[in-house]
Design a protein around this ligand. Structure first.
Ligand SMILES: Nc1nc2c(ncn2[C@@H]2O[C@H](COP(=O)(O)OP(=O)(O)OP(=O)(O)O)[C@@H](O)[C@H]2O)c(=O)[nH]1
Ligand SMILES: [Mg+2]
Length: 563
């Protein structure tokens, strides 16, 4: 199993010299690094142990201004190699780097007490004791990069530490956070990074996230050697023809397409080195990326990180939170959470009880980032999953609405959410047109049926004389059941009388091509006001059109074969 070891330690404590003594490679390759004698960017070198196992070394800078670079180098490593200058002992970045390693969950490693050739044995002994207290459980090895003393012991200690590493995420889909990108003549753009999980081979189609850009891999190298396929835990250089170098940057991820979400939000379990105030604005380090964000606290132990730009993450990832210094970190509970803060949900996610977090419908597809396999104990409909309790609540709420519905039309408008089409068929209601009804529900007036019948009789007696109606409920009921026609000014007329009047109007128009108010009044045998109301209703019904003081049939009415 290929493993990566990352250096750590205060500036000038001998990390780069130690890496060179162990691997033969000077990782301070930038001119500025050579001129100033400090590391600025990340360096990489292969380290072969005595038993033949190959480790990849990531050398990080110790300068306090480059801690963010150290974080980018330390994410994804399996082991640490902490350098403590024998003469100086632990200094601020010794502590800060150690805290970062802990927050990243990097538990295994070795402490090298460096430059022992430059101090007396008592000083070395003091530094060794201090280091043992500082990092309980880790082997502490005094070394000199200058004389080579202690290097064999250091290799042996690294081998033992490597034995203890358990890589848990290796089985996941391919993910590599880019730490460098450059152009190589003849190869196009090349990116490097530690392969966190999965594998990468020639010809693979991968996705550059968060941009979502598909790329095809042309060749893969592990420590400058071509390989057919790189495995998780290895330091990998991938050439990606067809993409410009400026389209890629440290922090981008190369992933199996669709296997990881990108999100502006991360729900995390917080770990604080110092109290993080609510709504603190910090830098959030995820993989090799660094993004500004706000820490929205949820309860005592959780937070939602709201980021200014999208990041790629997975459940269980560690993140680092920094202001001027490192303030804390977190473990990702949900890499693409909903916006609202929900402490109960976070507790369930922490326990791994994913199904219990599901209440209202969620797309099953969206759960794969917090869940391996299918959710259990939930109801499924189409692409949705939701709780049995939720459907019961929905059905109950709709039933209450239906029971209180207008008796004239005892239906309700169903929910219009995107899950509706899949969920509504599960409910015990009838769908008629665009509305839902209790099975077999009919329009009725209940106890007022007799009143309605009396009104209907009164209307029939009135014939073509319009009746003023005050009772809106009865009016709507008779209208909706086709027994009454509403005229203007609160007047109405029986359905039969309306039809008669309409036929009178139609035959006159067909005979004479038009009708006047006076003529219609005489033919229908009604008063002037009622004739006027009826003609206006014919206009509204699209039968007639007013031309001066006359009316003519609209074309639709002319064509109509019925009387
Ligand atoms: N005497 C002695 N000096 C050493 C040894 N290792 C490193 N040094 C000295 O310490 C200086 C810094 O060493 P580096 O390895 O560059 O230190 P570093 O930890 O990589 O520093 P940064 O990357 O800038 O944090 C070197 O330039 C040497 O002068 C050693 O084993 N013995
Ligand atoms: Mg260095």
């Amino acid at each position: 199993m290929p493993l990566t070891v990352g250096t750590a330690g205060h500036i000038d404590h001998g990390k780069t010299w130690l890496v060179r003594a162990l691997t033969g490679k000077d990782t301070d390759r930038l001119p500025e690094e050579q001129r100033r004698g400090i590391s600025i960017d990340l360096g990489y070198a292969p380290l072969v142990l005595d038993d033949g196992r190959a480790l990849s070394v990531v050398d990080v800078p110790g300068h306090e201004r480059f801690v963010r670079t150290m974080v980018a180098g330390a994410t994804g490593i399996d082991l640490f190699l902490l350098a403590v200058d024998a003469g100086e002992g632990a200094r601020p970045q010794t502590h800060e780097h150690l805290a970062i390693l802990q927050l990243l969950g990097v538990e295994n490693g070795v402490v090298a007490v460096t430059k022992i050739d430059a101090v007396d044995p008592e000083t070395v002994e003091l530094a060794v004791e201090e280091s043992k207290e500082l990092v309980p459980g880790a082997a502490v090895v005094p070394v000199s990069a200058k004389t080579g003393e202690g290097l064999d012991e250091l290799r042996a200690a690294l081998a033992r530490a490597a034995d203890r590493v358990e890589r848990v995420r290796a089985e996941r889909p391919t993910r590599l956070y880019i730490d460098r990108s450059f152009s190589v003549r003849g190869f196009g753009t090349v990116v490097t990074g530690t392969l966190w999980s999965g594998s990468i081979g020639d010809g693979d189609e991968l996705c550059v996230e968060p941009a979502g850009r598909l790329v095809r891999v042309r060749s893969v190298q592990v420590h400058d050697r071509d390989v057919a396929r790189a495995e998780s835990g290895q330091r990998v250089a991938v050439s990606l023809p067809g993409i410009e170098r400026r389209e890629l940057k440290r922090g981008d991820a190369l992933t199996e397409p669709g296997a990881y979400p990108t999100s502006h939000r991360l729900d995390v379990k917080l770990e604080e080195l110092e109290p993080i105030p609510p709504d603190a604005r910090l830098q959030v380090h995820v993989g090799t990326s660094q993004t500004a964000g706000r820490v929205v606290r949820v309860g005592d132990r959780f937070a939602q990180l709201r980021l200014v730009g999208p990041v790629v993450a997975a459940r269980g990832d560690r993140v680092i939170l920094r202001g001027e210094t490192t303030l804390g970190g977190g473990t990702v509970l949900d890499p693409s959470p909903p916006r609202h803060r929900d402490e109960a949900r976070m507790e369930l996610l922490e326990r791994g009880d994913i199904s219990a977090t599901i209440h209202a419908p969620v797309l099953v597809e969206s759960l794969r980032f917090v869940l391996d396999g299918d959710p259990e104990g939930v109801v499924r409909a189409g692409p949705w999953a939701f709780s049995a309790e939720w459907v019961a609540e929905l059905e109950g709420a709709l039933r209450v609405e239906l029971e209180a519905a207008d008796p004239l039309d005892p239906g309700v408008t169903p929910p219009s959410e995107s899950w509706a089409a899949d969920v509504l068929p599960l409910l015990h209601f009838e769908r008629r047109g665009a509305r839902l009804y209790l099975p077999g529900a009919q329009a009725s007036l209940g106890e007022r049926t007799e009143d309605a019948e009396a009104l209907e009789r009164a209307l029939a007696e009135a014939g073509v004389r319009a009746t003023k109606l005050e009772d809106d409920e009865l009016l709507r009921f008779l209208e909706s059941s086709g027994r009454l026609v509403r005229l203007g000014d609160g007047y109405a007329i029986g359905a039969g009388a309306y039809e008669e009047a309409r036929d009178v109007m139609l035959s006159e128009c067909r005979a004479s091509g038009e009708i006047t108010l006076a003529r219609f009044r005489d033919l229908a045998g009604t008063g002037r006001r009622d004739a006027q109301l009826l003609l206006e209703r014919f206009d509204q019904d699209g039968l007639t059109r007013r031309v001066g003081d006359r009316r003519v049939l609209r074309r639709a009415a002319t064509r109509s074969s019925s009387s």
